[in-house]
Design a protein around this ligand. Structure first.
Ligand code: URA
Length: 239
């Protein structure tokens, strides 16, 4: 593993750009009462609601639902794909091997899980055998992620891997085509990088992930500076 060491991102723009990819239409129409309930959930009810969810088959095989972990007012939000076996056993995201790498990535940025950082997944329940999430499962679960983002109001989202990136951006595209520039999710700046589990299997791409994290750090610095100068916050705008 290369050392996770901070470098500058000289010459790279941290300004949001439009996502160049094909929009994907929603697959399903969830019952309106479920959607409106989730859309108005408060933190005190959030985890219990997720744990009681039976909207897809994953509820039958989960041990624990994994709503998310961290500072509910965090500026940084990291979003992964779905819980694995260790997360399913503990009820906390990214506690396995990929989680240890994520913690190292955070440490390299001077950050720590739970301190100004929130970690969530697209799916709140483990797909058996860690299979790829089915589109219906993603559509069923995404209202929870949408609501989490509304409650947290992060300054910056980092999408870890293809599931998170394509779900949040509502596009079908590769990580390679999405990384290296700032996108937006409902006005919130969003950066895309490789999933830690992928990086564990593809060591040479750690250097690219590190570039992405440096861009994320530079983007956050710009956002904080813009806020300090009283400029209109880039997080407040429309999609
Ligand atoms: N991979 C993910 O995407 N999320 C987790 O919580 C663990 C592994």
């Amino acid at each position: 593993m290369p050392t996770w060491r901070l470098r500058t991102t000289a010459g790279r723009s941290a300004l949001p750009v439009e996502t160049q990819a094909t929009a994907v239409a929603p697959l399903t129409q969830a019952p309106a009462d479920r959607l409106s309930r989730i859309a108005t959930l408060e933190w005190r009810d959030f985890a219990a609601d997720v744990s009681a969810c039976t909207a897809c088959v994953l509820c039958r095989t989960r041990n624990k639902a994994v709503p998310g972990v961290g500072d509910p007012r965090a500026q940084w939000l990291f979003v992964g794909e779905a819980p694995g076996a260790e997360e399913d056993a503990k009820g906390e995201p990214f506690v396995g091997q990929a989680g240890r790498l994520l913690d190292n990535m955070l440490a390299a940025l001077g950050m720590k899980r739970g301190e100004n950082v929130y970690i969530a997944n697209v799916l709140k329940c483990r797909p058996p055998g860690n299979r790829t999430p089915e589109p219906f499962e993603v559509e069923s679960c995404r209202p929870y992620l949408d609501r989490q983002i509304e409650l947290i109001r992060p300054a910056l989202i980092v999408a870890l891997g293809k599931s998170a990136a394509t779900t949040l951006l509502n596009v079908e595209a590769t990580i390679a085509s999405l990384r290296g520039r700032v996108h937006r999710y409902r006005g919130v700046p969003l950066l895309v990088t490789y999933h830690p589990a992928y990086l564990l299997r593809n060591l040479p791409d750690k250097a690219k992930a590190w570039e992405d994290l440096c861009l994320a750090r530079a983007t956050m610095q710009q956002l904080v500076a813009a806020k300090g100068e009283g400029l209109q916050s880039p997080v407040a705008g429309p999609n």
